[in-house]
Design a protein. Structure first.
Length: 335
């Protein structure tokens, strides 16, 4: 039995009647614009404003370091973070986290691919990410304690996944997950310099109307020839996918087995279609808990390596995975 081929990404998330193009697709959609959303998913203007969430997350991995960078716009407020994890010393050597002012310090536009622009600037610190119309992706981070400049070589990457689906307690949501992307660039932190050349990056862009309380477990790891994105929570199995030798393969529901009270222990993750079975060994983590009275978040993102196996379809031989660097995540937000 061969893998089921995904359809090419549609031109728009909505058709002419405002109906949603639900599904998993190969390729990055050009724009995610919900303005003409029709029944039964349309809501009042105030509801949309307080429930509309956009974020851009980027991961950068080499043999020496792992970096995570995010800009998050939740409508009535925004935030950003960036960190550098030393894989040899197994510790964070650079970190930045800042809440901003609504409508002033952060912007994430509606374009996940060509024309993408995400910015955060507050108290002299800034994060800028953009993808030009000719496909050049650039990330710049200047957080005083460390700086980062990276170029993502999108032309050498396998097709992205676009997933569009309903959200329980919210309305609709769309996300674009990239495959592994070759990197060039440099990170300056703690008086040291790390080259990103030869490393692997990945991008996670999300845009939709989420529930007041949202939770998920997530796993992501990439090399050029193999990678995966897995989630269990608010978006079901919509964004679960495997990249194998340039082919994008849809995956079923993911099961995360770990001890939430001890997230630095081993994680075991499987999919119900029998195409993935991996174990994750954390080496360190970024975590943050916030309680802003009307909002709260509980977040931990362990960094480490995956081992196990994947396969392209149920009759295919298992493909071994070892020392695949990536992250898992256990996240709850009241926003």
């Amino acid at each position: 039995m061969s893998a089921v081929s995904l359809l090419p990404v549609p031109a728009h998330v909505l058709d002419a009647a405002g109906q949603v193009a639900f599904g998993k697709y190969t390729g990055a959609i050009a724009e995610i614009d919900w303005l003409a959303l029709g029944a039964p998913y349309q809501r009042s203007r105030w509801w949309r404003r307080t429930h509309h969430k956009r974020w851009q997350y980027l991961a950068l991995a080499t043999e020496e370091i792992f970096c995570g960078v995010a800009i998050v716009d939740v409508g009535w407020t925004n935030t950003a973070f960036a960190y550098v994890f030393d894989r040899k010393q197994k510790q964070l050597i650079g970190r930045f986290s800042q809440d901003g002012l609504p409508g002033m310090t952060a912007h994430v536009n509606n374009r996940p691919s060509h024309g993408a622009a995400s910015h955060f600037q507050c108290l002299g610190k800034r994060i800028d990410f953009s993808i030009s119309t000719d496909g050049e992706a650039i990330l710049d981070v200047d957080c005083h304690k460390f700086s980062l400049h990276a170029a993502f070589c999108l032309r050498e990457a396998a097709p992205s996944l676009t997933a569009i689906g309903p959200v329980e307690g919210g309305s609709v949501h769309a996300t674009v997950k990239s495959s592994g992307i070759p990197l060039q660039g440099v990170v300056d932190v703690a008086g040291r310099q790390f080259l990103l050349d030869g490393g692997i990056g990945s991008s996670d862009y999300s845009n939709g109307f989420l529930a007041r309380e949202t939770a998920w477990r997530w796993a992501s790891a990439h090399q050029l020839e193999i990678g995966f994105n897995l989630q269990a929570g608010y978006f079901g199995e919509s964004e679960n996918a495997l990249w194998l030798d340039g082919e994008l393969i849809a995956l079923g529901a993911a099961r995360f087995e770990f001890d939430p009270a001890c997230p630095m222990g081993i994680w075991h993750i499987t999919t119900d279609d029998g195409l993935l079975d991996v174990y994750f060994q954390p080496e360190g983590c970024r975590q943050e808990n916030k309680n802003l009275l009307i909002a709260a978040s509980r977040y931990i993102q362990p960094i480490g390596t995956f081992r196990g196996w994947v396969r392209a379809h149920v009759d295919a031989p298992a493909r071994a995975i070892a020392d695949l660097v990536g992250v898992t995540e256990d996240h709850y937000s009241r926003w």
